[in-house]
Design a protein around this ligand. Structure first.
Ligand code: ZN
Length: 137
């Protein structure tokens, strides 16, 4: 498979507005998008750093994945996302190498990306996302 770059780093936060203001006032970054992803029960905010994004994730439901994550581990880095050239092939290859997939097939994530997660049990504890931006083609 071909990884092109770190697409984004997902960070779980309790309060999106407070976290946005931290990244803006301390680092001088500009939040360029806020988007709710209903099926993931999150509100996301994005910043660009070079070609990598910071994706802040605030839970909209305590029972959602980010709500549960924060309850268990507190705020902090939630996942690492690699951009890949061909997501379907990358997933097949990953599975053939014995890695446990959370998503066997790509699904839609924030910003219209096709995304899929690998299970942290198989990835040395890092919830890993592979994503492909098909909008740019
Ligand atoms: Zn992500």
């Amino acid at each position: 498979m071909e990884l092109t770059h770190i697409e984004h780093i997902g960070i779980a936060v309790k309060n999106l507005d407070a976290a946005i203001s931290y990244y803006e006032s301390v680092f001088g970054l500009r939040c360029y998008a806020v988007e709710e992803v209903k099926e993931q029960k999150v509100k996301t905010a994005f910043f660009m750093v070079g070609q990598t994004k910071i994706e802040l994730l605030e839970s909209t439901d305590a029972e959602g994945p980010i709500g549960k994550f924060i309850e268990k581990k507190g705020e902090g880095i939630h996942h690492l996302a690699f951009a890949v050239k061909n997501l379907e092939n990358a997933l097949e290859e990953t599975e053939s190498k014995g890695i446990q997939l959370i998503d066997k097939l790509p699904r839609k994530g924030a910003e219209g990306l096709d995304i899929a997660f690998l299970h942290p049990k198989s990835t040395f504890g890092v919830l890993t996302e592979l994503c492909e931006n098909k909008n740019n083609k």
